[in-house]
Design a protein around this ligand. Structure first.
Ligand code: DGL
Length: 270
């Protein structure tokens, strides 16, 4: 029995880690499309094709429910997948909504009209494709009014993390935060809208300063998944837990082991 977790690369491991802490008995199958990372600079059609191929592999391994632990895939492909591609007995869930529900102080399933919320100035940090999709603003507009979102496309950060170059990743984060602050000097909240960014969350927090509330996805997604599975326990599916990559398993597992601070073994996706 397993739930699938998909990302373009290593970032989804931040979600997997939080899910394992929240639901320790839930078997998970992880797939990172490291051969094609980063997604955040690709065209939407390309992302759609890569994401459907990856999710299909997880269905083939016995998953009935797959979490797209990738904002870029959620922004560029999820709606199209849900409208015409996902089989009726399967589900694919993205990572945006739990974050926006937390920001807008909503419980799951609260479909009341948009209203004013506790924040009016929000900084969004995400990949260039996620930013240009405006998917975050679209989802927010269903739930909140009067929120000004300033988005910073954080070019290069995912690439640096995938290469294991954390010095470069840190320097890029600091320069992206500075660029954002030139346009919005005092955001009340910051959204880390890419599942790779929790790996450099301390740098974001330090650069943003103590007055900015930082919303990071992993634990929000884990709580929302726990809630979902309570309502839909039949979606747990079947299949052996495991970690798969379309890239080089040795290189992926050494970085994964470093990031999660425990031994993780990856297999090549057949
Ligand atoms: N972790 C993905 C996200 O949440 C990174 C996308 C990429 O590969 O650029 O957006």
């Amino acid at each position: 029995m397993a739930v699938g977790i998909f990302d373009s690369g290593l970032g989804g491991l931040t979600v997997l880690d939080a899910v394992q802490k929240r639901l320790p008995d839930l078997p998970l199958i992880y797939l990172g499309d490291n051969a094609h990372t980063p997604y955040g600079v690709r065209e939407p059609d390309d992302i759609y094709n890569l994401t459907t191929a990856g999710v299909q592999s997880l269905f083939d391994k016995g998953c009935d429910l797959v979490i797209l632990a990738c904002n870029t895939a959620s922004a560029a492909a999820l709606r199209r997948m849900q409208e015409g591609w996902v089989p009726e007995d399967k589900r694919v869930l993205g990572v945006f909504v739990p974050l926006i529900e937390a920001l807008t102080e909503r419980q799951w399933g609260d479909n009341s009209p948009p209203r004013e919320v506790g924040v009016t100035e929000v900084a969004l940090f995400a990949t260039p494709t996620t930013v240009s999709s405006r998917a975050f603003q679209r989802e927010l507009a269903f739930r909140a009014i009067g929120v000004d979102v300033e988005a910073q496309p954080c070019g290069g950060v995912v690439d640096a993390i995938e290469q294991g170059d954390m010095i470069l990743a840190e320097a890029l984060v600091r320069s992206h935060v500075e660029a954002l602050q030139r346009r919005m000097p005092k955001p009340q909240a910051a959204i880390l809208g890419c599942t790779h960014y929790p790996l450099v969350e301390d740098v974001f927090r330090d650069a943003l300063g103590p007055d900015v509330a930082v919303y990071s996805q992993p634990s929000l997604v884990a709580d929302s998944l726990a809630d979902y599975l309570e309502r839909r326990p039949n979606m747990i599916g079947s299949g052996e837990p495991g970690f798969y990559t379309s890239g080089d398993p040795k290189s992926v597992e050494s970085k994964a082991t470093l990031f999660l601070r425990r031994k993780i073994s990856f297999e090549t996706l057949e």
